[in-house]
Design a protein around this ligand. Structure first.
Ligand code: GAR
Length: 188
């Protein structure tokens, strides 16, 4: 068994898909020790409750700086003997404290074909540029914004009548397939 922690800041649908893949046995070697979130009203927390999963809320405003914030997270990760960090809509840059403790063992999913459109609102950016294809990327996390080494990608078309909502839905459906597949192969 591999102990992983899932980090999410908002909706948490990727988190839920990972949990479902564990339940059906596709990720039978993965144990999620808990949901880690920086947002106390994240919908991901509701989802975690449905799986009776421990939730750890770390509000960065309660700490003097990012180092103290991440040191608190790190203590909990060590308590839970976590081996990998899986970021699923965690909207903060990971700082040196966590990067040093989990070198090459932090992965993230992003809704674009990186290195195009890192950062926030990648879906809207692809639409505004008039791109004809987009997709999703899973990559290792480094100190930059969505800049780490790419592990795997999936692509989809962008249609002329797409809105942010329709394109986001298409990309998220890719993510639900891509992330469990990467977790299965990388975390073993
Ligand atoms: C996902 O589409 C993920 O790729 C994106 O946030 C969404 C979270 O959705 N992450 C980023 O943009 C990171 N830069 P979810 O909370 O429903 O899983």
């Amino acid at each position: 068994m591999k102990n992983i922690a899932i980090f999410a800041s908002g909706n948490g649908s990727n988190f839920e898909k990972i949990m479902e893949n564990i339940e059906v046995g596709y990720l039978d070697h993965i144990h999620v020790t808990g949901l880690y979130t920086d947002q106390q009203d994240a919908f991901a927390i509701e989802r975690a409750r449905r799986f009776r999963l421990p939730v750890h809320v770390f509000n960065m405003k309660r700490y003097d700086n990012k180092e103290h914030y991440e040191t608190a997270i790190l203590k909990q990760l060590h308590r839970d003997k976590v081996e990998w960090l899986v970021l699923a809509g965690y909207m903060k840059l990971v700082g040196p404290t966590l990067l040093n403790a989990y070198a090459d063992q932090i992965i993230n999913i992003h809704p674009s074909i990186l290195p195009s459109f890192p950062g926030k609102n990648a879906v809207g950016q692809a639409l505004r540029y008039g791109c004809r294809v987009s997709g999703a990327t899973v990559h290792y996390v480094d100190s930059g914004m969505d800049t780490g080494k790419i592990i795997d990608q999936m692509s989809c078309p962008i249609y002329p009548d797409d809105t942010e909502e329709t394109l986001q839905l298409r990309i998220q459906n890719l993510e639900y397939e891509l992330y469990p597949r990467v977790i299965k192969t990388i975390i073993s």
